[in-house]
Ligand binder design. Structure first.
Ligand code: SF4
Length: 66
């Protein structure tokens, strides 16, 4: 099964990441940096079920299925 991979160079590091919000498995994680900052989003490969919902909503087109 293919799972989501987020390219850290493309991720815009938005603290309001829509991919993180839409993921039904809460598989997308992001480090917090200070009050309003965030690190690049990452996919927990153990949790991802390969549904591709995140791929469709990422505004930076940073997510691919691999
Ligand atoms: S493919 Fe689905 S389960 Fe996997 S990270 Fe994206 S939204 Fe979450």
């Amino acid at each position: 099964m293919k799972k989501a991979y987020i390219n850290p160079k493309k991720c815009d590091r938005s603290p309001f990441c829509p991919a993180k919000r839409i993921c039904p498995e809460a598989a997308i994680i992001q480090d917090r940096i200070g009050l309003f900052g965030a690190g690049p989003a990452k996919v927990d490969q153990e949790k991802c079920i390969g549904c591709t919902k995140c791929v469709r909503v990422c505004p930076a087109a940073a997510i691919s299925m691999v």
